[in-house]
Design a protein around this ligand. Structure first.
Ligand SMILES: Cc1ncc(COP(=O)(O)O)c(C=O)c1O
Length: 382
């Protein structure tokens, strides 16, 4: 048989598949998988069911149902004072993952360079490679996961077209400050770059910290492509409703790809998400306090186990330094924890292309039921 396409050459099953299999074989508590092990809100599931009963079951308009696009546009206005025209600047996608693929496919030619800040969400680099682009990693340095402006500037060449930023940040739990975002904005403006701002954890911020969308920085609205996902905001990752907010030119380009990749997104789920977005002001305080409780519990317990690190201000991840506990690198230590303590985590070195800093950490996901977190802590004490 003839070979498969070159664009996927070098892709292999990720470390996460190996970890998940080992976790199952060893009956480990799984804090590796980056999603809740409990359901999202009943009221929203009821709305989705009602939308199906009301007959919202055929293909949606390909760029999203009017109500879903309208409510996305409304919340950007309400929360951030950003104006996106729902007709020409908002596109509904199959989760943020499709959004990432569309943006990169729509913008990147073979040979174009894309700056990715590492540790990165793994689909960025895969999408860049499928488009024939070249990922250019810039490291967010531990312990605060800050970027160095000089290193960022050094990564830019005449071939650089796009920079990808994730805020609040998976896997570190970092929420970017205005000053840090300004470094990215300055470099993007100076070099005429697009910025893909992945803000799927925009509402998961704690301790009074404010999430600042990249598009709100001066001079950044036109060049920023903002993506987000109802899966994270409502704790319903399986619904896979995401969106892209971008200027008309980029929106048109993304829609051209979207029409041939997925064509349209689940109609009843979009209709339900539209209702959910309307209720954000009532819903968010309970949502944030639920996850804050989990973060606080897990952080305190990890401290008792001797792990020392700053409490993350956003997302449902903790990037935990392991060097005090082992001489092993992250992958081997993750395997050891599964086999000897029955706790599964993610070794973050898979999220780096350049730096080896990821070898000194494990990523724990605390979006888990109380008993799951308690079980993990009990096992770690064994
Ligand atoms: C940073 C980041 N971006 C994008 C996604 C994908 O989101 P979705 O499930 O909506 O495709 C995730 C999911 O874990 C993520 O952590």
């Amino acid at each position: 048989m003839k070979d498969t396409a070159l664009r996927i050459a070098g892709f292999k099953d990720s470390i996460f598949g190996v970890i998940s299999r080992l976790a199952r074989e060893n009956n480990a508590v799984n804090l590796g998988q980056g999603f809740p092990d409990f359901d999202g809100p009943e009221w929203l599931k009821d709305i989705a069911y009602k939308k199906m009963q009301e007959g919202h079951n055929q293909y949606a308009p390909f760029h999203g149902t009017p109500s879903c696009r309208q409510e996305v546009s409304n919340y950007y206005k309400k929360f951030y004072n950003l104006n996106y025209n729902q007709e020409s600047e908002v596109t509904i996608t199959v989760g943020a993952t499709e959004a990432i693929y569309l943006v990169i496919t729509a913008l990147i030619n073979p040979g174009d360079e894309v700056v990715v800040l590492e540790p990165f969400y793994d689909s960025y680099v895969a999408s860049i490679k499928m488009a024939g682009g070249i990922p250019k990693p810039v490291t967010m340095h531990a312990p605060d996961f800050t970027i160095d402006q000089k290193e960022l500037e050094a990564a830019i060449t005449s071939q650089t077209k796009l920079l990808i930023l994730n805020n609040p940040h998976n896997p570190t739990g970092k929420v970017w400050s205005k000053e840090e975002l300004q470094i990215v904005a300055n470099v993007a403006i100076k070099n005429d770059l697009y910025v893909l701002s992945d803000e799927v954890y925009e509402f998961l911020v704690f301790d009074g910290v404010r999430h600042i969308p990249t598009a709100t920085l001066e001079g950044m609205f036109e060049r920023t492509i903002t993506i987000s996902s109802a899966g994270k905001t409502f704790g319903l990752t399986g619904w896979k409703i995401g969106w892209i907010c971008a200027n008309q030119k980029v929106t048109n380009a993304c829609r051209l790809v979207h029409q041939y990749v997925t064509f349209a997104v689940s109609t009843p789920m979009q209709e339900a998400v539209a209702e959910g977005l309307k209720k954000l002001p009532d819903y968010l305080p309970g949502f944030v306090s639920l996850y804050k409780g989990k973060r606080d519990y897990f952080y305190e317990e990890m401290k008792k186990l001797g792990f020392e690190f700053a409490i993350p201000k956003g997302t449902y991840f903790m990037m935990v330094p392991i060097k005090k506990h082992t001489d092993l690198k992250d992958v081997d230590y993750a395997m050891k924890l599964i086999r000897e303590k029955q706790v599964a985590t993610v070794p973050p070195s898979a999220f780096y292309l350049k730096s080896t800093e990821g070898e000194n950490f494990l990523r724990f996901c605390f979006a888990k039921k109380e008993e799951t977190l308690q079980g993990a802590i009990k096992n770690l004490h064994r």
